[in-house]
Design a protein around this ligand. Structure first.
Ligand code: HEC
Ligand code: HEC
Length: 420
């Protein structure tokens, strides 16, 4: 068996074991306090406030990418994923279930080794080495020498697992991080099903999910119907979060998912669902929520790539969107959603009726009109992924709402959606 041939000094690889306020935030806050005490000019204080905001967002980025909130309790102590990974998950397998590798975390020697084939991508030891480099997006490993061999002793997950991907600039699945982009290749069900702690009935349920989908209610209500992993970008100004608009700010859902789904240490309470979950005796979630939210609010929906749509058809499609298609009656304003003023009955979703209805499992029992900025980027569409393309979305509306759009109108409307 070939193993990784490069050497790295142990010191250069550091896992950010726990979140702590970065020095820059403290410095910015201190300067701000000092300045206001000295009666500093308002331009200066505005600049400093912006600097403090940027520092908080930077902190949130570290949390988004690298913080597990102590969820090793779930992924290591309960699910024993560290045993599975170190014995059976080589990089080829890892990539095949949609895990991504952060090329910027790879030292030059590793890049060369992958390129010239001297690094064995069919060996689980290579996965452990990548985890030691903190290079697997959304997985955080603790690698320790056991009997002289690097051994994965703890593993946890971060937000980036589902809500980041990479740009494939080095190889498929290996590239620069794209935070906020949903990882639609990731197969969380298949990954959790590898756990030796999961029984056969549950394995069968998890295997029905498929790539790009996750059921964040399954372990709460016992029902089983996954939703697509949504983008975590483009949410600035939207005060209804999730497909069903359960929370008024991102932090609401961040707390839910960090505790209830990732297994982080802390508490989530949702009276509307009669839900109260506490993990552990310390709270590793609450203090991080403001910075985490600040970072997410900086994540802009990506612009449609030049040449990816027909601009002339899209201009005609805009008229259909606002006119015959009646789309703008719900997809309104700069973010293309009326979420801040209302939610909609389940029947307004073109993916309904479904069984079990996702809305019925939520706190609001309704759906939020989906924001559409960057919609070109994250097929398939609707909460259940039932529309494979934007053309399929238009067909679904045209048919179910009897809009009577002609074929050219429908095609133009799809081009417009691709341009948003
Ligand atoms: C295992 C995959 C997974 C992980 C890990 C995960 N999420 Fe999610 N996330 C989802 C799914 C699935 C949904 C859709 C749930 C819904 O809308 O009902 C979602 C929804 C969201 C939304 C709502 C988006 C919108 O359009 O309103 C935000 C924001 C979000 N997640 C942020 C996070 C953050 C921050 C973390 C880390 C604390 C995280 N997620 C961890 C899968 C995941
Ligand atoms: C009555 C309100 C309403 C109208 C009218 C409406 N939509 Fe929607 N739209 C929604 C809701 C609610 C959802 C979320 C459905 C779901 O996820 O199941 C949605 C979802 C979508 C999505 C999927 C976005 C994603 O992230 O998956 C697209 C695309 C879309 N609508 C386009 C359109 C177009 C095009 C029209 C006009 C033909 C239109 N909508 C008319 C309420 C509306």
């Amino acid at each position: 068996m070939k193993s990784m041939t490069y050497t790295t000094s142990g010191e250069s690889i550091r896992f950010t074991a726990a979140w702590r306020p970065s020095l820059s935030v403290i410095a910015a806050a201190a300067t701000l306090a000092l300045l206001s005490a000295c009666g500093g000019g308002s331009d200066d204080s505005a600049a400093l406030a912006r600097a403090a905001q940027a520092a908080q967002a930077e902190q949130g980025k570290q949390i988004f990418r690298f913080d597990t909130f102590g969820d090793e309790a779930q992924w290591t102590d309960t699910l024993r994923m560290h045993e599975v990974i170190r014995s059976a998950v080589d990089p080829v397998t890892a990539l095949s279930v949609g895990l991504k590798v952060d090329a910027e975390a790879l030292p030059a020697a590793v890049v060369a080794g992958i390129q010239n084939g001297s690094i064995d991508l069919k060996s689980p030891a290579t996965t452990v080495a990548l985890l030691k480099l903190n290079a697997v997006v959304g997985l955080k490993g603790t690698v320790e020498a056991v009997n002289g061999a690097d051994t994965l002793t703890r593993v946890g997950i971060t937000c980036a697992l589902c809500h980041s991907t990479v740009d494939n600039s080095f190889a498929p699945g290996i590239g620069k991080r794209l935070d906020g982009w949903p990882n639609r290749d990731l197969n969380p069900g298949a990954i959790i099903a590898l756990s030796p702690a999961v029984d056969a009935k549950e394995v069968a349920a998890l295997k029905t999910w498929g790539a790009g989908k996750f059921d964040p209610r399954h372990n709460v209500d016992g029902l089983n119907k996954p939703v697509v992993i949504p983008p975590a970008y483009g949410l600035d100004g939207i005060h209804r979060i999730t497909f069903t608009g359960d929370g008024e700010d991102i932090a609401y859902w961040n707390r839910y998912v960090a505790v209830a789904e990732m297994g982080g240490l802390g508490t989530v309470t949702e009276p509307r669902l009669n839900l109260s979950i506490t993990h552990g005796t310390q709270d590793l979630v609450s203090s991080k929520l403001p910075a985490l939210q600040a970072y997410q609010l900086t994540l802009k929906a990506p612009e449609a790539p030049a040449g990816s749509f027909d601009a002339v058809a899209a201009a005609r499609g805009k008229l259909v969107f606002e006119g015959a298609g009646r789309c703008a009656s719900c997809h309104s304003g700069a973010t293309f959603t009326d979420a801040n003023s209302r939610l909609h009955p389940a029947s307004n979703s073109m993916a309904e009726p479904e069984s079990p209805s996702y809305a019925s499992r939520s706190a609001t029992k309704q759906y939020r009109t989906s924001p559409l900025k960057g919609v070109w980027q994250h097929a398939p569409y609707f909460h259940d992924g039932s529309a494979a393309t934007l053309d399929d979305v238009v067909q679904a509306y045209n048919r179910k709402q009897a809009l009577g759009l002609t074929a050219p109108q429908a095609a133009d409307l799809a081009q417009y959606l691709k341009s948003l």
